[in-house]
Design a protein around this ligand. Structure first.
Ligand code: ATP
Length: 255
């Protein structure tokens, strides 16, 4: 069997006052499109930071591409777009092209020259997120959703195998959320990029994802999204922390 791209083995994490995560086991395989969903404060961002090696778990092991996270050196294989990426003000003095190009720093180092074909790579990355006509625009002049696409292009320019996104639709207006997720579906299916994202848009994202993980300090469900309706009312309640109602909606389950 192929090595999982990400494997969390019995992870717990304690902030000074708060036990944020308990006994998390999670395996993410190549090609997965996984949404991590859960209520506010359920540990979603903490979990992403542990995967990225930004926080060291209090207990347990993280394996990236089969290697312990502290020995994993090929950082460019994992692209990350944080929750606050789309916070540029109008007038920020950088073009879209410059922002995307800066994504190569992780790969080539701060003081190395960009490769000769960098402009072509920038254009390709922008094309893959539907922003090829905006290369010369000022980043601060774009909408929240357009900025978010540019930050995804910046993450894509170093050809990652995995893309990790923390609440990527914050700042995307509701009528554009669906096309934003379709763009991610395209990256997952056509560019073969494994995607892990944290979101509250359970309904909008459900058409794009293959897998779902329901988190509330621990994982209450992880599996194919279509199997989510096998969760019992007790599991749903434990996950959400209060009484919830299952609603059948076409072929999906909403909570
Ligand atoms: N830096 C920190 N120091 C102390 N406690 C923290 C810190 N960051 C998060 N916490 C606590 O850890 C728990 C999990 O927080 P986390 O941000 O991971 O949740 P989340 O699911 O991403 O929340 P949200 O949906 O609101 O963004 C919360 O109780 C939070 O208050």
């Amino acid at each position: 069997m192929a090595t999982p791209l990400i494997k969390l083995d019995n992870i717990s994490y304690q902030y000074e006052q708060t036990k944020a995560l308990t006994d998390i086991n999670l395996t993410i395989e190549e090609g997965d499109f996984l949404a991590i969903i859960g209520p506010n404060g359920s540990g979603k961002s903490t979990l992403l930071k542990i995967i990225l090696g930004l926080l060291k778990p209090t207990k347990g092991d993280v394996l990236l591409f089969g290697k312990p996270v502290n020995q994993f050196k090929e950082k460019e294989r994992i692209g990350y777009v944080s929750q606050k990426s789309n916070a540029f003000n109008t007038g920020f003095p950088a073009t879209v092209e410059e922002v995307v190009r800066s994504g190569l720093v992780k790969k080539i180092g701060l003081f190395h020259r960009y490769p000769k074909n960098v402009q072509k790579e920038v254009r390709q990355a922008l094309k893959s997120v539907g922003m090829e006509n905006f290369a010369n625009h000022n980043i601060g002049d774009l909408s929240g959703g357009q900025q978010q696409r540019v930050f995804i292009a910046r993450a894509l320019i170093s050809n990652p195998k995995v893309l990790i996104l923390d609440e990527p639709t914050v700042g995307v207006d509701s009528k554009n959320v669906r096309s934003f997720y379709l763009m991610l579906t395209h990256l997952n299916r056509e560019h073969k990029i494994t995607i892990v994202l944290v979101t509250h848009d359970v309904d909008a994202v459900s058409k794009s994802i293959s897998h779902v993980a329901c988190l509330n300090r621990t994982i209450h469900f992880h599996g194919f999204k279509n199997d989510m309706d096998t969760m019992s009312d007790e599991q749903l309640e434990a996950w959400y922390g209060h009484a919830v109602r299952k609603v059948e909606h076409r072929n999906e389950v909403q909570v």
